[in-house]
Design a protein around this ligand. Structure first.
Ligand code: NDP
Length: 497
């Protein structure tokens, strides 16, 4: 590292991106920066590689994907150390993240043939002389743009679905975590040395923008809502479909019959893990009046034990620190109270756990994504009020409910793509469940069956197997045949039930 490098701030020198640790400034590694032409060339190479990858078929791809999965598991420690170095997150968090990524690779590799394989569909009476076939064909080249907060699992979600479906992938990692991104690409190349089926292009946001215009057939974006809009605008120029995994402001609801200790533990983990830099992190808690005081006391006791530099790593992206400080200050200025942490919690590059109560609904800590180890706890009269306030946000990514009798009913009424009942963030670890949001949190899904279909085009094929008794789609039809068709349709569909 040269003396000019600020910890955690990526530097480009002579066409090379230098990545550093956000706490110490130690260099994590260097990668070449791609210019616009290099991005186009990468996508062109991917189109050729994709044809070869597709020709391996579901079984051939499964074999390679599962071997890559095993290689990652064998090198867990190396990957975790690199991730900790580049993001600052504790080693245990990096390992848990890698475990989740492996789960998604395994599930996508094993299930792509079942979910996407060709199948016959049942014939309908009106076109009984035709057989129906359904196939899911890969798009060709999928561009993946990833964030820095979970540099392993966030890109591996779309990458696993895209590869298993038969696509080649060009991946633009965040400028804050290029080294982990390159590690993923390099280990994949050890298993698939023949063709560049998975490539990385590095650089700042302009490289992501170039990728949107470089001839990919689909884009998978994970990042902020603001950047998602730019990605969509760029993709709109060529009608490139996109899947958007954007930010959130997830709520946890605690009902009267909840296990308060378990709810407090989940609230602290859900809000403070990865120093709160989690898209599905809990940022707001709504607790019904009978359990509110006990819950706040337990949250404060548990969060108060967390130490910066130990369980709470540094804020990876230095400019996020100003946003976290602004949210805390705004909440306090508007009448909120800090029962833990508060105005002094921000000590760059760290923010110590902060729990705020009585925070007005119009404060930025309630309305905007904070992305730090802060949590608001709000007292509500009942579950209905909790649901109303939880849903009063343009975001709709995940959420959590603690309770017994009504917990699932409450979960269904939350306007979000995912909810954990008596747990938090758990849905991200199940390879067979879809992941994605609504509203400002995005659309489309990664993971699970929906996440595989996201990276394939449904193709319908009909095959004539007999002459038509009542031909309708031909100029050869007679008026008598048309009347018979109408009679048949009345018989089939004209009755009430
Ligand atoms: P950003 O939106 O700043 O960046 C995301 C990616 O987009 C980065 O690789 C970035 O490159 C790239 N990029 C920037 N500008 C453009 C552009 N004009 N065109 C194309 N790509 C561009 O998000 P962060 O990296 O700060 O990630 C944090 C955000 O991600 C939070 O809002 C978080 O909630 C969300 N997130 C959502 C998840 C989900 O699954 N829903 C999961 C994880 C995070 P560069 O870094 O070089 O600027």
């Amino acid at each position: 590292m040269t003396a000019t490098h600020v910890p955690g701030v990526p530097v480009i020198e002579d066409g090379v991106l230098i990545s550093t640790n956000p706490a110490t400034g130690a260099e994590a590694g260097r990668v070449p920066v791609a210019d616009e032409k290099a991005v186009v060339v990468a996508v062109e190479r991917a189109h050729e590689a994709g044809l070869w990858w597709q020709s391996l078929g579901f079984d051939g791809r499964k074999d390679r994907i599962l071997r890559w999965r095993s290689l990652i598991v064998q090198r867990f420690e190396e990957l975790a150390q690199l991730t900790s170095l580049e993001t600052g997150k504790p080693n245990a968090d990096a390992i848990v993240e890698a475990v989740a990524a492996v789960e998604h690779l395994d599930w996508a590799g094993r299930n792509a043939k079942r979910v996407l394989g060709p199948r016959k569909v049942r014939t309908r009476l009106l076109l009984a002389e035709h057989a129906g076939h359904l196939e899911y064909q890969p798009y060709g080249v999928v561009g993946v743009i990833g964030p820095w907060n979970y540099p392993i699992v966030t890109p591996v979600g779309p990458i696993s679905g895209a590869l298993a479906a038969g696509n080649a992938v060009v991946f633009k990692p965040s400028e804050y975590t290029p080294i982990v991104g390159q590690w993923l690409v390099d280990t994949f190349a050890e298993i698939v040395p023949e063709h560049p089926v998975l490539q990385a292009v590095h650089g700042l946001g302009d490289v992501g923008a170039a990728l949107c215009r470089a001839g990919t057939n689909k884009m998978a974006f994970t990042g902020s809502t603001a950047t998602a809009k730019k990605v969509m605008a760029a993709c709109a120029e060529n009608l490139i479909p996109v899947v958007i995994e954007a930010g959130g402001k997830d709520a946890l609801i605690v009902d009267a019959d909840a296990d308060v200790t378990a709810a407090a533990e989940a609230a602290v983990w859900g809000s403070m893990t990865n120093a709160g830099q989690t898209c599905i992190g809990i940022e707001r808690v709504y607790a019904v009046a009978p359990v509110y005081d006990a819950l706040v006391a337990e949250i404060v006791a548990k969060a108060g034990k967390l130490r910066t530099g130990e369980e709470i790593g540094p804020i990876t992206m230095p400019k996020q620190i100003d946003i976290i400080r602004d949210h805390i200050d705004d909440a306090l200025a508007k009448g909120g109270k800090a029962v833990l942490g508060g105005a002094d919690a921000v000590q760059p590059p760290y923010v110590s756990p902060t729990v705020l109560v009585d925070v007005p609904a119009d404060s930025r800590e309630i309305r905007d994504e904070t992305f730090g180890p802060t949590l608001t706890v709000t007292k509500v009269a009942d579950a209905d009020e909790a649901i109303r306030l939880a849903n009063d946000t343009p975001y709709g990514l995940g959420g959590a409910v603690f309770g017994k009798k009504n917990a699932i009913r409450i979960a269904r009424r939350l306007r979000s793509g995912m909810v954990a009942v008596n747990g938090t963030l758990t849905f991200v670890g199940m390879g067979n469940l879809p992941f994605g949001g609504v509203g400002d949190s995005g659309f489309g899904r990664i993971h699970g069956e929906d996440g595989l279909r996201e990276f394939a085009r449904a193709k319908a094929i009909t095959v004539r197997r007999a002459k038509s008794l009542l031909p309708s789609m031909t100029f050869e039809r007679t008026p008598a045949q048309v009347s018979q068709i109408v009679k048949a349709v009345r018989l089939l569909y004209g009755r009430r039930s």
